[in-house]
Write a protein that binds this ligand. Structure first.
Ligand SMILES: CC(C)(COP(=O)(O)OP(=O)(O)OC[C@H]1O[C@@H](n2cnc3c(N)ncnc32)[C@H](O)[C@@H]1OP(=O)(O)O)[C@@H](O)C(=O)NCCC(=O)NCCS
Length: 190
């Protein structure tokens, strides 16, 4: 064991990051593809974003979505992130527990972030969760249940903090059309 550790350490010291995991670098992405599919629209990814997809798994990220630094997506079934989503840094989105509790097999269930979801930094989204359109997940939340559209949730486990008025700010202050407004025309991505 010790010898093995020494070998790993030597490889790490040489800068060989594949010593423990064969993450493949594709631009800002670190991909561990074990036989799934990854479909990215016109998205902005900060470097690095990690995606691990298991056999038959499917990851999809829609146009105009942003995924920030050090966020990880782990997928054994299906992880779909919609359009206009803002996924902050250090977030973990996983559709699988990887390990079973007690003698039970691990559970994997699809995760969906609908259009316009904002996930605050350090949040964890677990298996089977659907985050509704335009919802906000507060920083550091652990989301274990579905989130209703246009609500803010926070805490561990995440609970509703408040509702969002989608056209908030329309009256009495300068209004800039947002993605959910029919008059909104997206700017081309840089
Ligand atoms: C989601 C967020 C924007 C909401 O802000 P807000 O609407 O101003 O909310 P408030 O600060 O008024 O807090 C409202 C309530 O939610 C609670 N709350 C706020 N943030 C929370 C969090 N991260 N976890 C749990 N509860 C939280 C507050 O304690 C307050 O509870 P109370 O009404 O019982 O006092 C903010 O909580 C947040 O997460 N900010 C970080 C955003 C981020 O990660 N940015 C990175 C760049 S993408």
């Amino acid at each position: 064991m010790l010898q093995e550790y020494r070998r790993v350490r030597e490889r790490l010291e040489r800068g060989d990051r594949t010593a423990t995991f064969p993450w493949k670098t594709i631009g800002p992405l670190r991909v561990l593809d074990q036989g799934g599919t990854i479909l990215l629209g016109d998205v902005k990814l900060f470097d690095p974003v990690r995606i691990r997809v298991g056999p038959g798994g499917h990851v999809e990220v829609g146009d105009y979505s942003v995924i920030n630094l050090r966020t990880e997506i782990h997928c054994k079934k299906r992880v779909v992130i919609g359009r206009f989503c803002l996924v902050s840094w250090d977030i973990m989105i996983m559709d699988t527990d990887y390990h079973g509790v007690g003698a039970n097999p691990p559970v994997s269930q699809p995760v969906t972030l609908k259009d316009g979801v904002w996930v605050g930094n350090g949040a964890i989204i677990t298996k089977g969760v659907t985050v509704g359109r335009g919802a906000v997940v507060a920083a550091g939340s652990v989301v274990v249940k579905d989130v209703r559209p246009f609500t803010v949730v926070g805490g561990n486990p995440a609970k509703i903090i408040r509702e969002i008025e989608p056209f908030e700010g329309r009256h009495g202050q300068r209004y800039e059309p947002k993605w959910y407004d029919p008059s909104f025309t997206p700017m081309p991505l840089p």
